[in-house]
Write a protein of this length. Sequence first.
Length: 299
Amino acid sequence: MRTWHGLVVLLLAAAWTAGCTQRNFTAQARYEKGLVIVLSGAGDMMGEVNSIRNGLNAGHVDWALEHFAWSQGGVIHDQTGMDENRRMAARLARRIEGYEAQYPGRPVYLVGVSAGTGILVWCLEDMREGTTVTGAVLLSSSLQSHYDLGPALEHIKTYMYVFRNSPADVVLAAGVMATGSVDRSGLLAGGLYGFSPPDKAPDSTVLAYREKLVEIRWGPGDVLLGNPGDHLGPTRSAFVHYRVAPAVLGRMPGAKAASTKTVAAPTTPATPTTRATAASKTRDDTPPPPKRYLWEAYE
């Protein structure tokens, strides 16, 4: 009996300690280092933001990790409410501009999920001329695959990473077909089919896609990181730790580091059989070779 009592006491003490040592992702000291703003998917009810923040923190992203609460609380409304979504995007743009005025030179990254990637892209479009963020990550994006990302890419210093899902993502495969993309322009989600420049896009837009847009396909090995290729797979903490955090920190092959001059190699390979090449040693002042997909940097 005493043994059981002792075990209960130990478990309660462990739970209390865990609660007391919970990370404060918006502590003042973290803002001094940089900022990541995370946007949920429609409805903001699946815990994806906390999962992403935990994964980024585990991946040594020690910047402030903010949750930008844009959702109005309804999945369909969030996916289709263009006017309100645009207003929230403008509010986010002003938030970023305010941070950069207060902390000049600090890295700023945006991470969006599903419909939240629409808010992310429109925020970039709404930023004042000459204002930029370090980079962005789109997870399970429900933007139309031919949506013009050119204006948003103008406000990106390094790369916009697009993590694509497998056909197992029924939300993008069937849900977007039923409700339409978050930008209301089509039925094919970029998070499933990838992004391509719109028809008759100017050369500047095509070049921006080639130089700044990096797409990473889902692979079977990602199951080991808790990502089976479904809609919330890329938001799982382990996947964010080993796949997304390196992108934010500039440690992907060919990526530009947020706070250093040299390009670092990834902490983990994109697939078990990949290998880094000279692209991972390219200096920041040398333009990286044009590429469509991240895994080309390993070939």
